[in-house]
Ligand binder design. Structure first.
Ligand code: NAD
Length: 520
């Protein structure tokens, strides 16, 4: 089936967000090319899946070595295409991707291993069940621009090691990083048709979601996530959705305020505020609210805006349109009585770190995802109100609680609707290759990273074996009065309310279960 609203195929561009320079154009992949890529992937996947797991793990190990050797080149490419500081490109994209590869190499043997079991119901005592893990086949991956290497890589590496072929549609804003990632995998021994990268825009993504794939991994906004989930629903194929967030950061009166201010400022303003799991709403209890705002504003004021030069902390936002949305959200807050520190639109896509205090629940900065260097701060009475405000959002990606009392922070963590809750830290879960990451509510379904991320790439299949080929089963036809008495005896034996009731059915049940005779 073709995409319903087809944009004209256009080029997508690699642009330096700091200067606006277009430094590379890529033709957008057409619907027919998407279908062709998926067909090639389908033809190539069985041979890839048939390789011993060790061969696929070794391909990932070669990829890891290649990426490590080319880490400076890759970080420079990411910086040029996304505008983030070099240190962030190295730490949050390159090193995290190396970790993801190492995790898949090391854990796949255990997580993807078959296991054998005997079912729990005694009537099934003869069965031997083997649970195997089969790759889906062709996995489509659609990814955003904010972590242009890590986000496509973490799903791709798990999918490949599990024996799937991957067709990746990266963001139209960061195609070069994804194309280079695909090259490194192919240079490491992954066949061309098993790892394909299709530069393109939203229409290319729509074509991939509607193509003959077996599962879709989507990372991006909730609005687009809904569309791809609908496309997958029409074909009844599964999709894993990693969507937006409006993460709360609860600051309690016993928090170390200096550390909390540094952590929240880093979490919010690194990657120019364009991080799904960034703390976007600071929820501060009344007792320390004013002191905390003073520290937040002082810390944020020290950040150096710029890119490239050593010491610059906050790079440009990715595109003018994103700056416009942030400005509109900020204006709404100002009109509703917020106090603003720091906001200033610089040249190009630069925007100074901005603290919006005196925020209230109905403001757009509290209700919507803010995807830029803007932190909203709201005052609350106590823990109960903090939890209520934290959960008053359609999103549920991650959260943080800042307190010296870890038991109290854990209790609060248990009541926040989110995929992850950090205590005295923020954001770091996305850098943990071995810890599952994902959201609840409109932040998505499914998990990446960790064992759960590997399991997202396979179907469990049960092989049920009866090792006594000439024994018929006690519940097969032959439904006479004797059979009915046997079945009732078994119900009493297996689920009776008292020992007496259970024993009353035992003899007849055991006789039935070991008998080889059946009338039919
Ligand atoms: P987006 O939804 O605009 O685009 C994401 C991808 O979807 C892009 O590749 C785009 O080309 C493609 N796309 C657009 N329209 C499509 C359609 N109709 N069908 C199929 N694909 C289509 O998101 P974005 O602006 O690139 O990324 C920012 C968003 O991603 C934020 O909301 C952020 O919070 C979220 N995000 C979430 C996570 C997570 O792990 N949960 C991680 C990073 C980013």
């Amino acid at each position: 089936m073709r995409s319903e609203t087809r944009e004209l195929p256009t080029a997508v561009e690699s642009i330096d967000p700091a200067t606006g320079e277009v430094w590379r154009r890529w033709p957008a992949t057409s619907d027919d090319e998407v279908a062709g890529a998926v067909a090639r992937a389908r033809a190539a996947q069985p041979a890839w899946a048939a390789l011993p797991l060790g061969d696929r793990r070794r391909a990932l190990a070669r990829f890891r070595r290649r990426l490590f050797e080319r880490r400076d080149e890759m970080a420079a490419l990411i910086q040029r295409e996304s505008g983030k500081p070099a240190a962030e490109a190295m730490m949050a994209d390159v090193i995290t991707t190396l970790d993801a590869a190492r995790f898949c190499e090391r854990r796949s043997r255990q997580v993807l291993a078959s296991r054998t079991m005997i079912p729990g119901n005694i009537a099934l005592w003869r069965k031997r069940v083997t649970i195997t893990h089969e790759p889906y086949g062709v996995i489509g991956i659609i990814s955003p621009w904010n972590y242009p290497l890590l986000l496509p890589a973490s799903s791709t590496l798990a999918a490949l090691v599990a024996g799937n072929a991957v067709v990746l549609k990266p963001s139209e804003l960061t195609p070069a990083t994804a194309v280079r990632f695909g090259q490194l995998l192919r240079e490491s021994g992954v066949p061309d048709a098993v790892m394909q990268v299709l530069p393109g825009n939203g229409a290319t993504g729509a074509a991939l979601a509607q193509a003959e794939i077996d599962k879709l991994f989507f990372t991006g906004s909730a609005a687009t996530g809904r569309k791809v989930a609908e496309a997958c629903g029409r074909r009844l194929i599964p999709c894993a959705l990693e969507l937006g967030g409006s993460d709360p950061a609860i600051v309690l009166e016993d928090a170390d305020l200096e550390t909390a201010a540094s952590g929240i400022v880093w979490g919010r303003f690194s990657n120019a505020g364009q991080t799904c799991v960034a703390p976007k709403r600071a929820i501060v209890v009344d007792a320390v609210h004013d002191a905390f705002i003073t520290r937040l504003e002082a810390t944020a004021a020290k950040l150096v805006v710029g890119v490239g030069a050593a010491g610059s902390d906050v790079g440009p936002m990715i595109r003018t349109t994103q700056v416009d949305v942030l400005e509109a959200q900020l204006r709404d807050a100002q009109e509703r009585g917020a106090r603003v520190a720091g906001a200033a639109r610089g040249t190009g896509h630069f925007f100074a770190p901005t603290i919006v205090s005196n925020a209230s629940r109905e403001m757009r900065v509290m209700r919507e995802e803010t995807f830029g260097p803007l932190l909203a701060v709201i005052r609350v009475r106590d823990d109960e109100e903090a939890i209520a405000v934290a959960n008053d959002t359609p999103f549920g990606l991650s959260a943080s609680v800042w307190s010296r009392d870890l038991a109290r922070a854990r209790r609060i963590a248990g009541r926040i609707a989110a995929g992850t809750v950090h205590i005295n830290d923020a954001v770091s879960v996305v850098g943990m290759a071995d810890v599952p990451h994902g959201g609840v509510k409109e932040s998505g379904t499914g998990r990446v990273h960790g064992d759960a991320g590997l399991r997202e790439c396979v179907r469990e299949k049960a092989i049920v074996v009866d090792p006594f080929p000439s024994w018929r089963q006690p519940w097969w036809f032959g439904y006479g009065a004797e059979h009915a008495r046997n079945i009732d005896a078994f119900a009493r034996f297996w689920h009776g309310r008292s020992l007496f009731e259970r024993l009353s059915g035992a003899w007849r049940s055991l006789k039935m279960l070991v008998s080889r005779e059946r009338p039919i």
